[in-house]
Design a protein around this ligand. Sequence first.
Ligand code: SF4
Ligand code: SF4
Length: 365
Amino acid sequence: MSVSIYTLEIIYRGIHQRHLARNLARGIVYAARMEGNAALSYQRYGDDPERDGVPAKYFVVIAKGAGSSEDVLDAEAARVEPDFVDVSIVLDDTILKGVESWAWQGIQPVHLKLRPNGLLIVVSKKNPEELLRFIPARDSPYKLVVVQGERSIGDFWTFPDDGTVERVLGAIAKVAPDVLSLDGVKRFLQSLDKPDVRVNRAVEAYQALVRLREVKPGEGIPYKYEPPHLPGYKDMMIGGAIPGLKPNQRNPLFTGGTAKHYRPVINFDKCTKCTLCWEYCPDSVFDPTPDGYFNPALAYCKGCGICAEVCPVPDTIIMVDELEFEDGYGKFIDEYRMWKENREGYRKWFESLLPKAQIISARKR
Ligand code: SF4
Ligand code: SF4
């Protein structure tokens, strides 16, 4: 009796990509089952469920070969998380900066679970070399695969399905045929509505839209994380209680800064010290400065954009794509200090970011 087990994880932005991730996990399971294999998926999270864009995960286990059965899968799924995965799928490329969740205290590198020679599949408009500027180096090789596409929130609220699921399924079949065959993917997609459109999307990704880069040990950026810590049950407070925070206090054990794909940048030269950003920020991110400004503690920012929406002064708070910045990883820049130390340099930096901003205070877009 010989059974091969394949484990996949899907890392997605909590809430915004939850339907996308669920549909993808379901697609992988159905496609594997339509090939005659046993498969199941399960979801894990530790933070307040999927709140605010916190990275969250689905796992999929596929059992192949004679003797593969639901029993094997049950044993594989009877754990909080798998120790290793063969394929890791990242649905939002800003998650490459790190994953903070699941009761861990600290930020995990995105490929923490990936086996040596495993596949890291990322949906992105960037190429593998550009993405490697954000991925920590590791001791073992892996394959970085880019599925060309926008960060999708397809099928969330009223956002239409944009074909991301089909394209990722096609990409898996291309780069990991042992895990999923194109035939299985097609059979699954043919069982849905609009089968021809869906199959074409998967086949297009299979044929053209995938870029694969072998990543050698040591390639990537220096490891910038504090080692993440998973507290044991004896370390936890009775009942799993979390100490209450007073107004304007922040939780030092869960900063949540990996939850954002846009970050606020403040033009202190224009700020009128009106206090609105400080009052409206739902995560109490702004620290008052001795001279009356408000400095964002970016490690706690979730990137919601409310501060930029409420700021009444034109071009004073802007929201810029997180991958425009090479800091992060729990150690973010201090915008106020940068401005105090070099106002001219800060002004030029701000102006270089302005054309790239997604939300700009007091401007109708
Ligand atoms: S984007 Fe602005 S309002 Fe939203 S969490 Fe960050 S600092 Fe607060
Ligand atoms: S809302 Fe704008 S003008 Fe008001 S304090 Fe904040 S940055 Fe300054």
